[in-house]
Design a protein around this ligand. Structure first.
Ligand code: B3K
Ligand code: ZN
Length: 875
């Protein structure tokens, strides 16, 4: 497989003004006839260039130019390209291909899922449908005819407006769709199947009445309300916050079982993984409800940030993904609890993204090169990309940011553009210089901020010294300094102190003068605060104002002040994590968990403080996750960390037994389930309390879990109780698992949670369970949700079992990767990620992991997906 470079980008030699597709869907094969109105691109460097079309795994039936069939001598094939040497300056290209969607297990291109036909074209799946210029800067107006058996496939959908629908002889029907907006091929979609529909409407800010439809299998009709409500909320929010209105009379969502990721923003025909659209209280957890809300909004927001303005090439992927994640995060924040959402996002970033940035696949949010673009749908492109947009928002402030986004949409509507165009629009609209800020787009790795503070009694000044650095990443040994917005406050005995900075013009002032955003831009820089009446505790990186690793040598006393008093919810939570980290580190050092009395006290007070958001209490009590600890403590001794963390948890549970029990009782409620922030918070705190109490191995607490499992009617409480039981030695657990399976065996999404809860059990013997479950009738390795629930969760989220000392789980994972490499390369390369982090672990583990990577690499027929990840990990 070869490497593709951003620096090799050239404008396309040809353009496609219109694309006409006719699909005849069959049980054995499908025929695709395309008619493309093509012409040479006046901006192309070379006007006589041959026509090179992309195509993979296609059976070519016929090829004609302006109605004349081409002879074999007039075209040739090389790799993924079909080459026609002599073409006129403008012409019509007709092509027929034959496909076998039934055999397409890669879930890319046209394939079948539970009896329906569906497509997934981003990034380069369209070339599995017909020969085309499959690149995002070639935009075309699509008309699509679909012909299929009307009994089997009564619903036939594509992008845009329905032009006609008619019955044909021989039991077939035909529909024609036309999308007036030019689009790249990656946004094309087709669906055919026996589907039920939930209907609603939305009236836009200018009075356009939009039909909203969610298509699902009949049995899932009762699980669409939350997605529909989320869609309407998202449509309204995008009008209010960004001034963006929907642009067609119809918006469709289709749910499919077999899907490689969460969902896809095809123009007016979003295709969703069932796991990101279906929800009802009995089957879906709170986290599931929130995921549906977030993903529905994310795909809807792409209509502007992605579809109306799209990417010039795939190196610009973060242009649409980073921006759209930033938008969906702000939406979820507005719909629920802003601090909780922020803490969740930061947690994902500091575990998965920081790990990626420190590993062999590290890449800037705008990569310079790739082998397989599917490997670059990463936490870096998405989540770090969103953080970069968020920093622009912080630097500009909300009004100028809105001016910038208006200018961006206005200037580039209908175009395929670059990250540079986005930054330029922000600069032009605001007048703020983002020159140095652009390093965030070109440099990989997580910057580190070493901060220290000195208080001078005499002069009443407080000096913050900030040093920044960024570790080397593959291909980037040296890094230039970043422009980092560092939000700070100074916390005194009685709360925040007023801030008077020397050289004020260098910073950004916020409303109340007790918080400032410092512009850190040099390798080393001092910020001097004047008239500081007492020695303060600095509250740094408030709201997590930049995706960096902050190092400040806080004392316990300082952390306690922040945890008790900081007005910034994120910093308050972060102080709790830091205190927890100190306890865990001391447990590692002493091999015992003797908690500091002040730590127990602050936890006790927080637990009793009913004025606090219950969700924040839950988050502050949860100790830093093992995944986060693995980013901080090097080398990673998985078992040592696990034991220490569990012993601290147990000691805390012991010390706060009564308070935890009281809290559990207080959070119980009989009200009807609703996915509101308030109820979600209460359930989260209650289940956190339960998980602590379960560590004490007392019968009465086990009984609590048993009764919660037996009596709850919502999946959040039921699954939390099941997870507690599975991770305990309770006798009831086998029976609970059995009961759960029997009740939900006909709901695949629930059974996936049943797989996952078992895969994540940290007790010994879990690998054996996972292997057995792979032969369970409900498991199917062709379904990505099941693979993720069982194999993905075990290898990615069950540290102690994945890193068992004999290396059995490494071998298991490599076997699964090799199996999936043939059927679904995208899923195979995703699954592989835990092995690629081998350098972090103790030497014995490193050796075993390395050996499995080598074994994978020696496989003769590796997909480009797996090849890229394995070969880069071994470098
Ligand atoms: N744009 C799609 C992701 C496509 C992934 C292709 N391998 C979903 C999203 O980010 O909205
Ligand atoms: Zn997206």
């Amino acid at each position: 497989p070869s490497t593709i470079f951003l620096s090799d980008y050239r404008v396309p030699d040809f353009l496609i003004d219109s694309t006409h597709l006719q699909f005849e869907l069959g049980e054995d094969s499908t025929s695709v006839c395309s008619v493309l109105a093509m012409r040479r691109n006046p901006d192309a460097a070379e006007q006589g260039a041959p026509l090179k079309l992309h195509g993979t795994e296609l059976e070519l039936i016929s090829l004609a130019i302006d109605g004349r069939q081409l002879s074999d001598a007039e075209w040739s094939q090389s790799g993924e390209e079909l080459i026609i040497d002599n073409v006129p300056s403008s012409f019509s290209l007709s092509c027929e291909t034959r496909l076998r969607p039934q055999e397409n297990t890669s879930l890319e291109g046209l394939y079948k899922s539970s009896g329906m036909f569906c497509t997934q074209c981003e990034a380069e799946g369209f070339r599995k449908i017909t020969y085309y210029l499959d690149r995002p800067d070639v935009m075309s107006v699509f008309t699509v005819e679909i012909i299929a058996d009307k009994e089997r496939y009564p619903v036939l959908l594509s992008n845009g407006n329905l032009m006609s629908s008619e019955e044909q002889a021989s039991g077939k029907s035909k529909t024609v769709w036309h999308d007036p907006f030019p689009k790249p091929a990656y946004l094309f979609a087709l669906v055919a199947g026996k589907l039920a529909v939930v209907d609603d409407q939305f009236v836009t800010m200018n009075g356009r009445c939009v039909d909203l439809k969610i298509y699902v299998e009949e049995k899932d009709l009762d699980k669409c309300d939350h997605a529909m409500l989320s869609l309407k909320n998202a449509m309204r929010w995008d009008e209010e916050v960004y001034g963006r209105e929907y642009d067609l009379d119809i918006f469709n969502i289709v749910a499919v079982d077999d899907f490689n990721m969460g969902a896809m923003e095809n123009k007016s025909l979003n295709i969703f993984n069932t796991s990101c659209v279906l929800a009802k209280p009995e089957t879906t957890t709170d986290a599931g409800f929130q995921r549906v809300e977030g993903v529905v909004a994310h795909e809807y927001f792409h209509n502007w940030s992605g579809n109306r303005v799209t990417c010039r090439d795939w190196f610009q992927l973060s242009l649409k993904e980073g921006f759209t994640v930033f938008r969906d995060a702000a939406f979820s924040s507005d719909m629920g609890s802003p601090t909780v959402k922020r803490v969740e996002d930061v947690t994902l970033l500091r575990t998965a993204q920081f790990a990626e940035d420190a590993g062999p696949m590290a890449h800037p949010i705008r990569p310079d090169s790739f082998i397989e673009i599917s490997n670059f749908y990463t936490v870096t492109i998405y989540e770090k990309g969103a953080e970069v947009v968020r920093m622009i928002h912080t630097l500009l402030g909300p009004e100028l940011f809105r001016k910038g986004s208006d200018l961006y949409f206005d200037r580039h509507d209908g175009q395929a553009v670059t990250c540079e165009d986005f930054v330029l629009a922000m600069e032009d609209a605001s007048g703020i210089d983002l020159q140095q800020f652009r390093n965030w787009y070109s440099q990989a790795g997580t910057p580190q901020l070493m901060v220290s503070g000195v208080y001078d009694e005499q002069t009443k000044t407080y000096t913050l010294s900030v040093k920044q650095s960024c570790p080397a990443t593959p291909g980037q040994p040296q890094k230039a300094p970043y422009h980092i917005p560092l939000a700070v406050a100074l916390i005194g005995e009685a709360g925040q102190l007023p801030l008077n900075l020397d050289g004020v013009e260098a910073d950004i002032e916020t409303a109340d003068n007790t918080e400032r955003v410092l512009n850190v831009s040099l390798a080393e820089q001092d910020f001097v605060f004047k008239d500081v009446e007492e020695e303060p505790v600095p509250s740094l990186l408030r709201g997590f104002s930049a995706p960096v690793k902050l190092v400040f040598d806080y004392s316990r006393a300082q952390l306690l002040r922040l945890m008790r008093n900081d007005s910034d919810g994120f910093c308050r939570w972060d102080a709790s994590q830091h205190l927890g980290l100190l306890e865990i580190k001391s447990a590692i050092a002493t091999q015992a968990a003797l908690l500091e009395p002040e730590y127990i006290d602050v936890c006790r007070d927080i637990l009793a403080d009913t004025s606090l958001d219950a969700a924040m209490v839950a988050l502050m009590l949860q100790l830093p996750s093992e995944a986060y600890l693995a980013e901080i403590i090097h080398p990673v001794d998985v078992h040592g960390i696990h034991l220490a963390r569990e012993s601290v948890r147990k000691a805390l549970a012991n010390a706060l037994k009564d308070e935890l029990m009281a809290c559990y009782s207080r959070c119980q409620s009989n009200e009807e389930y609703a996915a509101t922030a308030e109820q979600i918070a209460r359930r989260s705190l209650k289940n956190t309390a339960l998980s602590f109490l379960m560590l004490l191995q007392e019968d009465r607490f086990t009984q609590l879990a048993v009764s919660q499992f037996d009596t709850s009617s919502n999946m959040t409480d039921r699954l939390a109780a099941l997870s507690c039981l599975v991770n305990s030695d309770a006798e009831y657990k086998a029976e609970a698992l059995q009961l759960f399976y029997q009740q939900w065996q006909h709901e695949p999404l629930v059974i996936n949670q049943w797989f996952q809860v078992q895969a994540m059990c940290h007790l010994p013997g879990t690998l054996k369970t996972v292997k057995e479950l792979m032969s369970h009738p409900a498991f199917d390795i062709r379904n990505p949700n099941k693979v993720r629930a069982l194999i993905g969760a075990f290898c990615g989220q069950n540290g102690v079992n994945f890193h068992s000392e004999d290396g059995a789980a490494y071998r298991f994972l490599a076997d699964q990767v090799l199996l999936l490499n043939r059927s679904n390369p995208q899923i195979a390369s995703r699954l592989l990620v835990p092995l690629t982090k081998w350098r972090k672990y103790l030497p014995a583990a490193q050796k075993l992991m390395y050996a499995e990577l080598e074994r994978i690499l020696s496989e003769p027929e590796l997909s480009s997906d797996v090849y890229e990840v394995v070969s880069k990990s071994l470098q």
